[in-house]
Design a protein around this ligand. Structure first.
Ligand code: UDX
Length: 468
């Protein structure tokens, strides 16, 4: 009977429609599909998965949304404004109603039976629509376990006076959440739209509390303490926690590749092939961070004066209001780097990080980028900008000690010094060694019988056990 059931279940998944959230959801879909579950991906028209790159084994169903309008209304705002607008737009009743209609039809059609809906943490309205049909939900948390804890701790942070942050307490350790300091907290009171952010954090708590399980894209050896604390907390509510990561390695390569929203420029791999082992600094600030014109110039001159070969992702919308930011690179820069730099709009990042020529990664410390770097043992230069990136940067620098955390304004001299520490100097030797040793731990977690591998088995069993 159990065997029959195992061949006959379907999972529906609904990611938040931006890169850092689509990727892990599609990778999770790949991992579940590889274990025999049928997969349907619900998606918005905004940032819809490209039909040419879609995973052939999954079904895709579009749900009507008004996200494009909400994002367009943030014109002139930064990446954070867009992220917040998107989160607010997915709470629209029309979207939840659209999801409800799709799920109801899937439940009616019956075969294979729909076992559950996996959602991004803030999709509370969608979760309620599923609950109305009696369909259980699992919540995928696309950030670290540390950030999962942090984002559930805002009441405490306000109660104990850590927030709102004051100039005088920025360096104060948050003793309940080591190794974080007050300056690593994403402080809602610094935002014009504080209420939206608090609402999003509360929604994430609500979906977790109402779910049948929490899935976190991390691995036991990376965040053992954080995972234990989360498990202790959620055990009271009967909510199991699955630490399944790094997801990009638990998923077959085709589902990982299917996740890129932008076209990846593969010419950089040929260029890397011509570079010496561990000589190149790879530079990318993910899919939503923006920099100012001034910062772009400081990054450029920092790279130029480092003397290191570099591969730099200058995304089409990296500088707000500028159509082609790569044309903004300062005069004299190209000459100064004399062919030792390559600039692309979007790279096949996982392949880049796996390339033997890459010796360092300058990142905004987005969680996917961090896990991809950890898995390849590439040490990190971290310049976090907002949200979970701030806490991840602190873990990179102070907990795992696999990178250099560059805080404050982006200035060419500071950048040059940080690159030298990371890639050349004795000071960085320990960092580079620890990055390599963490890579081994990540690989052990993924081996057959390793904790992440087992967590997928447990998750699959859990999904089969969920019944309407
Ligand atoms: C966002 C948030 O900023 C991040 O903090 C949060 O943890 C997830 O959501 P993003 O800023 O895009 O994500 O960063 P990140 O999580 O690092 O994801 C970027 C993804 O884009 C990575 O999987 C990376 O491999 C991919 N990428 C990046 C490319 O494929 N090519 C590139 O050139 C750059």
């Amino acid at each position: 009977m159990a065997g029959e059931d195992r061949r006959a279940a379907r999972v529906a998944l609904f990611p938040l429609p931006f890169q850092g959230h689509m990727s892990p959801m599609l990778q999770l879909a790949g991992a579940l599909h590889a274990r025999g579950l049928a997969v349907t991906v619900l998606h918005t028209a905004f940032n819809a998965p490209d039909p040419a790159r879609r995973h052939p084994g999954f079904s895709f169903v579009a749900v009507p949304d008004a996200i494009s309008d909400a994002v367009a209304a943030t014109e002139g705002g930064g990446g954070l404004d867009r992220v917040l607008a998107m989160n607010a737009a997915v709470e629209a009743p029309a979207l939840a109603e659209g999801v409800r209609a799709v799920l109801a039809s899937m439940l009616r059609s019956g075969e294979p039976r729909l076992a559950c809906l996996v959602i991004d943490a803030t999709l509370t309205a969608v979760q309620k629509a599923a609950a109305g049909l009696g369909l259980p939900t699992l919540v995928l948390h696309t950030g670290s376990a540390a950030c999962f804890r942090l984002f559930r701790s805002y009441d405490m942070l306000y109660d104990k006076g850590y927030l709102p942050a004051q100039e005088s307490n920025l360096l104060l350790p948050v003793k309940e959440l080591p190794p974080l300091q007050v300056r690593d907290l994403f402080d809602p009171s610094k935002l014009p739209n504080k209420e939206i952010l608090m609402k999003i954090l509360n929604l994430a708590n609500e979906t977790t509390a109402s779910s049948s399980g929490a899935i976190i894209n991390t691995f036991e050896a990376l965040e053992p303490h954080e995972l234990k604390m989360i498990r202790d907390e959620l055990a009271d509510k009967g909510i199991p926690v699955f630490a399944i990561g790094p997801l990009h390695k638990l998923s077959p390569a085709d589902s990982a590749a299917a996740a890129s929203i932008l076209n990846q420029d593969r010419s950089c791999i040929e260029w890397l092939d011509t570079q010496a082992p561990r000589s190149v600094l790879y530079v990318s600030f993910g899919s939503v961070v923006h920099v100012t014109r001034h910062e772009l110039a400081e990054v450029a001159w920092g790279l130029a004066s480092s003397g290191k070969p570099f591969l730099w992702v200058v995304r089409g919308d990296l500088v707000l209001g500028v159509e082609k930011p790569s044309e903004l690179l300062p005069e004299g820069f190209e000459n100064a780097v004399k062919g030792r730099g390559k600039v692309v709009e979007w790279a096949p990042q996982q392949e880049v990080l796996a390339h033997p020529a890459v010796g360092g990664f300058w990142t905004h410390s987005g969680w996917n980028s961090t896990l991809e770097s950890v898995y390849e043992g590439v040490p990190v230069l971290s310049t976090p900008r907002f949200g979970d990136q701030l806490a991840t940067g602190r873990y990179v620098g102070d907990a795992w000690e696999i990178g250099v955390l560059l805080e404050g304004a982006l200035e060419r001299e500071k950048i040059q010094r940080a690159i030298a520490t990371l890639m050349e100097e004795k000071e960085g030797m320990g960092i580079r060694e620890r990055a390599r040793s963490l890579k081994e731990k990540a690989r052990m977690c993924l081996e057959s019988g390793g904790p992440s591998h087992q967590a997928v088995d447990m998750l699959v069993n859990h999904i089969y056990s969920l019944s309407l």
